[in-house]
Structure formats: C-alpha cells, structure tokens
Design a protein around this ligand. Structure first.
Ligand code: SAM
Ligand code: SF4
Length: 364
C-alpha cells in the first residue's frame, strides 16, 4: 500500500518511491499535488512570470538525435540561419518591450564561423542594450573554450537538456557514436557550471521505452546536480524521425501532458526556488497548457521572436503551435495565459533563478 499523498506532501525531502506515487496521480486526484506546488511557488518565489524572448537562430544541425525534426538527416526542411540584422531586430524588440531577457537556440554547430558569429552577436546585443538584456544560450555541446568565449561576450545562462538521466535510454534515443554520448553531455553540464553560467537542463516526458521510474530518477538527478533552471515537456513524435516507428507504443498525448504537469509540480516542491519554464510542447497538446503549467509551479515563458518565414523550418515535432504568430501575437497570447493563471509579468527584471541568486549572491 503506497503512503497517503497528504503525508508524502508534508515531507521535507522526497524519496524515489514517494516521487513515483506523486507522478502516478491523475485528475482529479492530482489536484492536491498541484495545489501544494502552487502554494510553494507563491510562498517561495511569488507569482511573477519572466519572459525570455526566444530566437530560433538556425536549424542547421550536425547531430542526428532520433527524436528531433531538424536532425541533419531530415531533408524536408530548408536549412536557414538568421542574419545579424534579424537577430539584432529581435533583440531590440525584447529590449523595447522590457523583457529583460533573451534566449538564442539553435541546431548544434561547432564550426569556428558559428562560434565567432554568436560571439559577435552577443557583443553587439550587450552594447546596444547597455547590458540590460540577460542572454541565455541553448546551442548544444561545445568546447570549454567556446563556452568561455560566449560567457565573456555577454551570455550568462545556458540551457542544455540531458534529455533523460538514464544512460541506457539515452543510447536508444541517439546514434551510437562519440557525438551523441551521454557522458559527454553530462560533462558539458559540469563545464558550463565551472565557467560560471546559470545552468539549465531538462528532459522529454513520455519517450518510447521510458518508465515512470526513469522520470522519478530525472527529478532526483536535477536535485543532485543542484540545477538552477529547468525546461522540460512532453515528447511529441515527428514523422520524419527514427523514433516515429514506435508511435503506437507511446502513452496518449493527454497522458504525456498530465505526467508533464505532475513533473513540474513535484519539481517545484522538491526544488522550491529554481526557475521552471512553461514549455511550448505543453501548449502543443493542451490549448491551456501554458496556463496549467504556471498553475503547477512554472514561472518562465518564452515568447517566440523568430521571424515568421523561418518558423516552418524549425519543427522539432508535429503540430508545433504559433507558426503564423509574429512576436507581438506570441507576447499577447502568453500574456493572456499569465493573466488567466492569476500571475503577473515581471517586466524589466532579469528574473534570475532565486536558487542561483542565493548560491552566487547575484542580484535582480
Ligand atoms: N540543439 C540544441 C540541443 O539539442 O541542446 C538546442 C536545440 S534542441 C531543438 C532543443 C530541445 O528540443 C532538445 O533539448 C529536445 O529536448 C527538444 N526536442 C527535440 N525534439 C523533440 C520532440 N520530438 N519532442 C519534444 N521535444 C523535442
Ligand atoms: Fe540537433 Fe538539438 Fe535536434 Fe539533436 S535535439 S538533432 S542536437 S537540434
């Protein structure tokens, strides 16, 4: 007989079996978990949500992850990279709209040209905004030297999802070669922390072959590596990827969504003062996905600032929403989700993870 949920939710430190019990809850029984998570969020970090303007910089990728629509072997998409002017324009939009924060995401590219382009753009954005914009990068695994160069050029946060903390499952999701190696990804996370970044990671939820025990281990992994920020959401299949062949073995989209919501809530209870994103994948499954993620404990949202003409070519998974929305519409829609959740937007604030601020003494 598992312990009653009320009793588990009173514990200071959750153990794996307790996390599993919580993750298995389904509506309406999970309302007690969601209420507790919202209470923790309210008391610990308050009801402010921070915007990170998202720039999907390029879909050129040297890797071939089995789940991702823009993997290099997928020939369906025209490959693109934003021009410097397009990036600067998007950064300007974030700045004038008081987002205070920007995230540049891309397929993985380790060429010297790419490293220098990002470095140059970081310097330009920092100069243009007098360092008022806090920049997060999500550009995959790179050398320590590249991470260092970008840090010095003005990026201070980095998001690198571990995708799954189970090395055996990681192997099933990636080609068997050095480029797609679990240990290297783990090392990259350590390097980012060493360089001084505010570090984020995350996982996909509802992957083929993934168990509820794996997901509980993912949450324990986040706690163990003492992470500052998390971006996690449901795995959604894409026709032109190798994992698509397992689509009939997956949980339903609705179930993947409910487990994702529970993951956010349990993590908010476990790591009270970190930043947790309400991700696009959640909104893809449920028209109120963003709002429901905020009510489960999330506190970060990423309005998409990518020029519309590129959005059709950055399809990581099926049915990605907002393809026809420009920056203004994306901002408005997210603002509406925040209002519906009863939260407010932290305009003009960097919105550091409080966890990171305490660990390093950072302000704002
Ligand atoms: N290339 C960088 C990397 O992999 O770290 C950053 C960009 S990558 C597109 C960002 C994230 O998209 C990945 O970390 C992965 O978790 C997520 N993603 C890719 N394919 C997905 C899918 N089919 N469903 C849900 N998320 C997916
Ligand atoms: Fe490339 Fe990232 Fe997609 Fe993997 S998840 S194929 S590294 S863009």
């Amino acid at each position: 007989m598992p312990e009653p949920v009320e009793k588990i939710l009173k514990k200071k430190t959750l153990q794996k079996d307790e996390i599993i019990t919580l993750l298995k809850l389904r509506p309406p029984d999970n309302s007690i978990l969601l209420t507790k998570a919202l209470d923790v969020k309210t008391k610990t970090i308050g009801r402010k949500v921070y915007f990170r303007g998202l720039i999907e910089f390029s879909n050129r990728c040297s890797k071939n992850c089995y789940y991702c629509g823009i993997r290099s072997h997928n020939t369906r998409y025209r490959r693109y990279q934003l021009t410097d002017q397009e990036v600067i324009k998007a950064a300007q939009y974030a700045y004038t709209n008081h987002f205070a924060s920007l995230i540049i995401q891309s397929g993985e590219n380790s060429s010297q040209k790419f490293i220098s382009t990002i470095e140059r753009l970081l310097r330009e954005i920092s100069q243009m905004t007098n360092r008022a914009l806090h920049i997060t990068l999500s550009l995959g695994e790179q050398t320590e030297e590249s991470y260092q160069r970008w840090y010095e050029a003005g990026a201070h946060r980095y998001l690198l999802r571990i995708e799954t903390s189970n090395p055996g499952l990681y192997k099933k999701l990636h080609p068997a070669n050095k480029m797609h190696d679990y240990t290297q990804r783990l090392e990259a996370l350590k390097t980012l922390r060493k360089v001084g970044y505010q570090v984020g990671t995350g996982v996909m939820i509802g992957l083929p072959f993934q168990t509820i025990e794996d997901l509980a281990d993912d949450l324990l992994f986040f706690r163990e590596i003492d992470i500052d920020m998390i971006g996690m959401g449901p795995y959604i299949e894409h026709e032109e990827t190798p994992l698509f062949q397992y689509r009939n073995q997956l949980l339903s989209l609705q179930e993947r969504f409910e487990i994702s919501l529970n993951m956010v809530a349990v993590l908010r209870i476990m790591m009270r003062n970190i930043n947790i994103a309400a991700t696009t994948a959640m909104q893809t499954i449920d028209p109120h996905g963003h709002e429901r993620a905020l009510l489960a404990g999330a506190n970060v949202m990423m309005p998409n600032l990518t020029p519309i003409k590129y959005k059709q070519s950055y399809l990581l998974y099926n049915d990605k929403p907002g393809l026809a929305d420009d920056a203004e519409e994306s901002k408005e829609l997210m603002g509406e989700s925040i209002r519906l959740a009863g939260d407010t937007i932290g305009y003009g604030e960097w919105g550091h993870s409080k966890h990171y601020a305490i660990r390093t003494g950072a302000r704002r």
